[in-house]
Write a protein that binds this ligand. Structure first.
Ligand code: NAD
Length: 315
């Protein structure tokens, strides 16, 4: 099977995530069917698609003609059997394991063997969702971020039986519909990016509950400090560009121990990996010989964003 064999796309569940995921496929040329429980819900999905397309047009991302063509690629149905001719299906129904298992089992029986079935679950494991299906080679996890027709990044995780072929076709499909797929190497609850996202959210909510700051100030702080940096650098690149990799070895070793003691769930093997990494030192991935250049690229981008979001032009 190849990427070019994917000609039609299906989405099960046309709610907050499903309509946007479907829109993404339709926008880049795929006839797309949304399946949901009843016509009333489907009507709402269709309205959401129209509104999202209108925002794309009025914000200058796409032409009105493209928006109209995109909408024509949609079908809406409450008959699950209409998904059977889809070559790639994304499940976006309620986050309840038994419901997802039931849907996967039905789709598995209904669809031809080559159909790839993906789940957008936020936290469940593909090995649990796909427990009962025969096509263990053709199930995969594609976890998007709200609003999924706009946020480019998503994470991809294999189930225990997912083949490289299924992973690669799905990866190429995500690129074709202009997403930024991130490869996750292991199945874990909440995946990679959601684990990182939740750590921040849970810390924020805990600090609010402890009266450390108001909800508004917590968000203001996030957006104006490390959130301001996020479009350019994540946690790893930030550690490269802030120069902490140049710290004396004893200071780095102390930092590693401090980190390890704050992570009681860390396995012995992972602890050793961290200690070794910090003892070796060096950057995560920025070329140390081009450090100054990388800092300048960063600062120029930040200056542009400072002007756009906060200062305007100062004469
Ligand atoms: N909302 C988010 O920010 C977000 C982000 C990433 C992943 N997710 C995941 O995406 C999935 C959907 O979340 P959502 O926020 O879109 O939920 P939602 O409630 O907005 O939409 C779910 C849709 O699925 C439909 N549905 C429920 N059971 C169904 C079934 N058995 N068959 C067909 N349709 C069914 C509902 O009618 C509804 O329209 C969940 O697994 C969630 O964890 C959500």
């Amino acid at each position: 099977m190849r990427l070019s064999d994917i000609k039609k796309v299906g989405v099960a569940g046309g709610g907050t995530m499903g309509f946007g995921i479907a829109l993404n496929f339709a926008l880049w040329g795929y006839p797309t069917t949304i399946y949901d429980l009843n016509d009333q819900i489907l009507e709402k999905s269709a309205q959401r698609v129209k509104k999202a397309l209108d925002i794309f047009v009025t914000e200058g991302l796409i032409s009105r003609k493209r928006a109209e063509e995109t909408f024509k690629r949609f079908s809406f149905t409450s008959d699950m059997a209409k998904l059977a001719d889809s070559d790639f299906i994304t499940e976006c129904i309620v986050e309840r394991l038994s419901d997802k298992q039931e849907l996967f089992n039905k789709l598995d029986k209904m669809c031809p063997p080559q159909t790839i079935i993906a789940s957008n679950t936020s936290a469940l494991l593909m090995s649990d969702i796909g427990k009962g299906v025969k096509r263990k080679d053709k199930i995969i996890l594609t976890h998007y971020f709200d609003p999924p027709h706009i946020v480019p990044g998503l994470e991809m995780v294999k189930g225990p039986g997912t083949t490289d072929e299924t992973f690669d076709i799905t990866y190429d499909l995500m690129k074709k519909v202009r997403k930024v797929p991130v490869k996750v190497l292991k199945e874990i609850p909440s995946h990679l990016l959601n684990t990182i996202q939740r750590a921040m959210r849970y810390a924020a909510i805990r600090l609010w509950a402890e009266g450390v700051a108001s909800a508004e100030d917590i968000d203001l702080g996030i957006r104006a400090s490390f959130g301001f940096r996020s479009p350019h650098e994540g946690a790893m690149m930030h550690a490269d560009l802030n120069g902490s990799w140049k710290w004396p070895k004893d200071v780095s070793a102390a930092r590693a121990e401090e980190m390890i003691s704050s992570m009681p769930e860390l396995s012995g093997e992972a602890k050793e990996k961290l200690r070794k990494r910090y003892a070796e030192g060096g950057t995560w991935f920025v070329d140390p010989d081009r450090f100054e250049e990388a800092v300048e690229v960063r600062d120029r981008e930040y200056a542009r964003r400072l002007k756009e979001l906060y200062w305007g032009r100062v004469d």
